[in-house]
Design a protein. Structure first.
Length: 462
């Protein structure tokens, strides 16, 4: 990242930080910009010359010389034209002749003004117009900071050309006033040179920062594209593998059940059958959840959003999980009346609730698991509260990430895949809701699912 400290770049250093193509493009843009900015100044100088020639009386005193000056200025303007044209070739790389030609042509006009103004100051030293000529010269040289500042050498040459003849006139006059003019020119030139230098550094540093930013943006876009492609490939692979695994696993489960239920088998064999079936079911759950997650991540999940009978869904989930409630735990449902209509996919809402209540029952050895439905604001809330073992703060931070488990060691106490909460969050967010958790070790946990009153599409369209 380019910081303010980096503004110490000279244009050469900054250009060295650009790629060759970026530098050519930028130099072309600078030349084009400078030639465009130079246009008003040309007319200002011609106007100033004519005005000073007429007001000082020089045009009347020496009409031939005056006409010669104006003609020289017109020639200086015309001299720029071919170079400006060559500079404006879009995308073309200007060679040193184009660049040098423009450089010299751009200096002809200030040279003409400097010469003519010096002549007027010398010829009419006490004329009231002298102050005006000095002010005009100062104004022209100041404007160079902004007009040509991005092309430092051109700006410096312009300032020198404007200031040196005026300073020289001051010395030639030799009076106190003349010497004062010379000193003023020198101090003012110093000030302008430092302004041009700063402006130039600022310009090139910001161009360098821009170029970095553009390059970074392109790199990030490419990285994002690559990551998305990798994620799609991973999802396709997972989907494919999951299907392949499920078919033989069904056979394993079926035969394991056969062994378990065959009465004339010794108890040890039947117990092995039970073990195989339990492990197989775990594997099937993992496969199902992996499939779900890959579908969600690859954007292939389709939701059937409709008005929800939350009360009915929660009641059925509690009925289903009845057999999994430990003896020392009470599973309860609380519903606050009236519950407004909310929207979601009933199957997916059920899946989320089964996962949350299943977890609560799994991690609550004794006490209470409460499912409560309420609508305190612009959403309906499903709360699953337990008085179980709670969650460590370090785990709580990443609890919705895939494969995060409180205990992931091979000898762990609790069954599970570490995917349930990740899937739940994705599902809830896909339905336009959100899920929150609060917990403390030993004090139980509370998961709150907020479901929108309007389906996501309607809600976003206002
Ligand atoms: P798992 O299949 O392991 O339950 P989840 O994604 O559903 O996967 O949960 C991830 C982890 O979050 C669990 O392993 C557990 O450590 C923690 N957890 C989830 N719900 C609770 C809860 N109600 N009480 C305590 N810990 C919980």
């Amino acid at each position: 990242m380019v910081e303010f400290g980096d503004l110490a770049h000279t244009s050469a250093e900054a250009r060295a930080g650009l790629s060759a193509a970026a530098e050519i493009e930028l130099r072309n843009r600078v030349r084009e910009e400078v030639s465009r900015r130079a246009v008003p100044g040309m007319f200002a100088i011609v106007f100033g010359t004519v005005a000073c020639g007429v007001l000082s009386g020089h045009a009347a005193d020496a009409p031939g010389a005056f006409a010669g000056v104006v003609a020289a200025m017109a020639a200086a303007i015309l001299a720029r034209v071919p170079f400006i044209r060559s500079l404006r070739r879009d995308g073309a790389q200007c060679d040193w002749r184009d660049e040098g030609g423009f450089f010299c042509a751009a200096l002809l006009l200030p040279l003409a003004w400097a010469g003519y103004s010096a002549l007027l100051l010398l010829s009419y030293p006490n004329h009231w117009l002298s102050a005006g000529i000095l002010a005009f010269t100062a104004a022209m040289s100041s404007s160079v900071v902004i007009t040509f500042g991005m092309w430092r050498n051109l700006a410096l040459a312009y300032i020198v050309l404007l200031m040196v003849p005026t300073a020289a006139v001051g010395m030639l006059l030799g009076s106190n006033l003349g010497l004062g003019v010379t000193a003023g020119c020198l101090v003012f030139s110093y000030y302008l040179v430092s302004q041009v230098t700063n402006w130039n550094r600022f310009f090139w540093s910001s161009q360098l920062a821009n170029a970095h930013l553009e390059r970074r943006t392109l790199e990030l876009a490419a990285a994002k594209e690559a990551a998305e492609a990798a994620s799609r490939a991973k999802s396709d692979f997972l989907t494919c593998m999951s299907h392949e695994l499920r078919t033989p696993m069904n056979a394993v489960l079926g035969f394991a059940q056969l062994i378990e239920l065959t009465a004339d088998q010794p108890e040890e064999v039947r117990s092995n059958g039970r073990e195989i079936r339990a492990a197989g079911r775990h594997l099937m759950a993992l496969i199902e959840e992996l499939l779900d997650l890959s579908r969600i991540e690859s954007g292939q999940l389709t939701l059937d959003l409709q008005p929800l009978d939350l009360h009915g869904i929660a009641g059925r989930v509690i009925e289903t999980l009845h057999g999994a409630v430990p003896p020392a735990v009470a599973l309860e449902l609380e519903v606050s009346d009236p519950l407004p209509q909310c929207h979601g996919d009933p199957l997916r809402v059920r899946q989320v609730l089964v996962n949350l209540v299943g977890n609560a029952l799994k991690f609550t050895p004794r006490g209470r698991v409460t499912v409560s439905l309420s609508a305190p604001g612009d959403s309906v809330q499903m709360r699953v509260r337990d008085t179980g073992i709670g969650i460590e703060p370090a785990l709580l931070e990443h609890i919705f990430a895939p494969f995060v488990q409180g205990d992931s060691s091979p000898t762990r106490h609790f069954d599970g895949t570490g995917l349930g909460l990740a899937i739940s969050r994705e599902l809830v967010e896909a339905m336009g809701g959100r899920i929150e958790v609060s917990s403390a070790p030993g004090a139980g946990s509370e998961f709150v699912v907020h479901l929108p009153l309007q389906p996501p599409a309607l809600a976003s369209s206002g």
